[in-house]
Ligand binder design. Structure first.
Ligand SMILES: Nc1nc2c(ncn2[C@@H]2O[C@H](COP(=O)(O)OP(=O)(O)O)[C@@H](O)[C@H]2O)c(=O)[nH]1
Ligand SMILES: [Mg+2]
Ligand SMILES: [Zn+2]
Length: 353
């Protein structure tokens, strides 16, 4: 059996009769999977469907699954999802407190931002928080360098490095092919990368360049505001000819935080560190004497925009945490109810038999 590309060493041997496969796309409860070098459709077992309580219990793009294969055109049956190494999630747009899984088992999240009207440091920070929380390594890709002079590029890079901290930043052009080789170096054999960013940022164009053919549809951007139309309509995992997998995603102009309990602290480690230097341990960084945060804003070493962005994201994360706490209780109840039903059914069958 040939396992599809990606890190598989951690996956324990499968049960007799089951084969390792990778979910490459999802279409309304049906999955496209790659198994033994073939693309096949798959469905989950009735048991999986019955026991599923939240989105996490269903397969997602990037998942390793154990499937039973059947001859001919019959869909494969997914018996279980193998343990995930990373999960890239966001809050679904809208009022619902629901998680949307963007992709799983991703090693690197490429945050793509166009160096046109798309460019926005605050949005980059938000994407960094979401990417860090997934467990994957974030890398910032700034597209369309061909629109700028080397001088403005230098300024832009300085600004981005100031917020990226340890995350690599690569400015490239899909037009002149500048620095595409640097991007390629990240996508080694068995590595899975996921592209996120606004519509029109250049994700699909870049993947086409990496593939060496025009597989994905791309869109002309309206020049007055650089807003892209949504050309990419679904998430899809694509294998590159030289090894490595890339996941294209539809544009996400706004990306709501889902779980962000640790990633805000890592993304804004500079502000957390400053807070530790305040005279009072419970400093609110408002009017207190000896406040290191205010001092840093005043002397210009901390950008006030960044501090406001930090407060805003923190507030959003706290709100989600409080809400999901309630949801978790409801989920536990739903799970208990389902188990209770299963137990009753089992006892009924035993009495009969
Ligand atoms: N000038 C320039 N245009 C680019 C570059 N990368 C992408 N584009 C253009 O940006 C538009 C949106 O690209 P697309 O790949 O569809 O963006 P996506 O929505 O992120 O997938 C297309 O018209 C591309 O030709 C680049 O590096 N330079
Ligand atoms: Mg696209
Ligand atoms: Zn303070």
């Amino acid at each position: 059996m040939i396992p599809p590309a990606g890190h598989t060493a951690h996956l324990a041997p499968l049960e007799e009769g089951l084969t390792l496969a990778r979910v490459i796309a999802e279409h309304k409860g049906r999955y496209a999977i790659l198994v033994n070098n073939q693309e096949r459709t798959a469905e989950i077992t009735g048991k999986m469907m019955f026991e599923a309580v939240t989105r996490k219990d269903y397969p997602a793009v990037g998942d390793w699954v154990a499937v039973q294969m059947y001859d001919g055109e019959s869909p494969c049956i997914i018996h279980r999802i193998l343990p995930r190494t990373t999960t890239l999630s966001r809050k679904t747009s809208g009022k619902e407190m629901e998680e949307q899984i963007i992709a799983v088992n991703v090693d690197i999240v490429f945050i793509v931002q166009g160096l046109d009207h798309d460019f926005n440091l605050r949005r980059l920070e938000r994407f960094l928080v979401v990417a860090s929380q997934s467990g994957a390594a974030p890398v910032i890709l700034l597209s369309k360098t061909d629109l700028h002079t080397p001088e403005t590029m230098q300024e832009v890079l300085q600004e981005v490095h100031a917020i990226a901290k340890s995350a690599p930043v690569i400015a490239y052009s899909a037009k002149t092919m500048q620095h595409l080789d640097v991007i390629k170096q990240f996508i080694t054999t068995d590595v899975t990368v996921c592209f996120v960013g606004s519509s029109g940022a250049g994700k699909s164009t870049l993947i086409n360049r990496l593939l060496g053919r025009e597989k994905l549809a791309t869109q002309e951007v309206r020049s007055e505001d650089s807003k892209g139309k949504h050309t990419t309509t679904h998430r899809e995992l694509i294998h590159l000819p030289d090894g490595g997998c890339v996941i294209d995603t539809p544009g996400l102009r706004e990306i709501g935080l889902w779980d962000a309990d640790t990633s805000i602290d890592t993304t804004f480690a500079d502000i957390i560190d400053l807070g530790l230097q305040c005279r009072f341990t419970d400093c609110t960084h408002n009017e207190e004497p000896g406040c290191a945060v205010r001092a840093a804003i005043d002397d210009g070493s901390l950008d006030e925009g960044r501090y406001i962005s930090f407060l805003k994201l923190q507030k959003e994360a706290d709100f989600i945490a409080a809400k999901t706490d309630i949801t978790k209780q409801q989920e536990r109840k739903a799970r208990e109810k389902k188990l209770g039903k299963l137990q009753k059914e089992y006892q009924k069958q035993r009495r009969k038999g």
